[in-house]
Design a protein around this ligand. Structure first.
Ligand code: CA
Ligand code: CA
Length: 353
């Protein structure tokens, strides 16, 4: 379904039609999820021309127990309560930490999600590190039940959302270090295995390896505000964009969201080079500026997502699209061996090796 959605939105954008569908994404998790959803997630969708809304059902300090409703959530608003975040993600309405299910002042009683993001584990890992050796088997038992529920759950309107399991981001705070070591050694690998298992069962499960993707970003440690959470600009913007990319199944570098990273996307990047910009203008790392770092993202994903680029290159046609893309295709031929835009194309450089 997700690839269908991607193709759907891509076609809409390319064709320039006004028949926009809507995409609703519900992000569930703890305070880290609260940092990027719903507002930043919705803004990322709007910036990419995607009609729809990002929601969140997230609670500060949430653990697996909050996903199955067997622990009082003291951060629940307007008052502490037992609640089941997994069922609430599917069915709504809910009121959790902050203002879940909302964008601005709007409360959506039943958002009918197309995609549900599950990002959990940080607080369970901390419990385990604190000497609660039942925390890990309890987490596994509870989340196995949650995943089994999500694999077949339908919304009140009969929709079966795609499920995206995100690995927890690294924890930099020293006193949380044992928790992070446990995430690395046990929790994140288990989540990856769970996604593979449910995919094998035919469920619409997908992995967002946030932990791995974040550590591939330059200076990612500087995106944290307190060693546990990211600050509200680059870090959570990146989170929102990463989640949206996963749902839309697009790669960094795909400026026009057509599922292919190619010369057309290079043109979008080069037209905006050296200036502030958004995704469609070539800001692929979402730092608000179009520069050599974004070129690297484009080069790293060049031709990702489709076999159409070699076909175009072999059978050039004098259409506007192909003519526009020729410069990019020529450049792309060198992209795999030429990672540094500054050296390769005599572009203005920042401090890069
Ligand atoms: Ca593209
Ligand atoms: Ca950028």
């Amino acid at each position: 379904m997700v690839r269908t959605l991607c193709a759907f939105y891509g076609c809409l954008l390319i064709a320039g039609t006004t028949q926009a569908g809507t995409l609703n994404i519900v992000a569930t998790g703890d305070s880290i999820t609260t940092g990027y959803a719903p507002i930043k997630l919705t803004l990322a969708m709007k910036a990419q021309g995607v009609s729809g809304t990002g929601y969140s059902i997230a609670s500060g300090g949430a653990t697996a127990s909050h996903y199955v409703g067997d622990l009082l959530d003291t951060n629940h608003k307007p008052e502490p309560a037992f609640h089941n975040q997994a069922e609430e993600a599917i069915n709504g309405p809910v009121y959790g930490f902050g203002a879940p299910w909302t964008y601005g002042s709007v409360i959506e009683p039943n958002p009918e999600p197309d995609a549900v993001i599950v990002m959990l584990g940080t607080n369970d890992a901390i419990q385990h590190a604190a000497g609660n050796f039942l925390a890990w088997p309890n987490y596994q038992t509870k989340m196995t039940g949650v995943f089994a529920y999500l694999a077949t759950a339908e919304t009140p309107g009969g929709k079966r959302p795609d499920i995206f399991i995100a690995t927890p981001i690294p924890i930099l705070k020293p006193e949380y270090a044992a928790g992070d070591a446990f995430i690395e050694s046990d929790l994140a690998p288990w989540l990856r295995d769970q996604v593979a298992y449910w995919q094998g069962e035919g469920a619409a499960f997908h992995l967002i390896d946030t932990r791995e993707l974040l550590q591939q970003q330059p200076d990612w440690q500087s995106w944290y505000s307190d060693g546990v959470h990211m600050h509200g600009t680059v870090g959570y913007d990146w989170m929102a964009q990463t989640v949206l990319n996963a749902v839309l199944d697009v790669h960094a570098g795909d400026a026009n969201l057509d599922g292919v990273v190619d010369g057309l996307d290079y043109v979008a990047w080069s037209d905006r080079f050296g200036q502030p910009g958004n995704w469609s203008q070539g800001d692929f790392n979402h730092d608000g500026f179009v520069d050599g770092l974004d070129y690297t993202a484009w080069a790293d994903h060049f031709s990702a997502g489709s076999a159409e680029v070699p076909r175009l290159a072999l059978v050039p046609e004098p259409s506007a699209i192909v003519l526009t893309g020729i410069g990019g295709l020529l450049l792309a031929a060198t992209a795999k061996t030429c990672r540094n835009a500054c050296r390769c194309f005599s572009l203005p450089c920042r401090n890069r090796n």
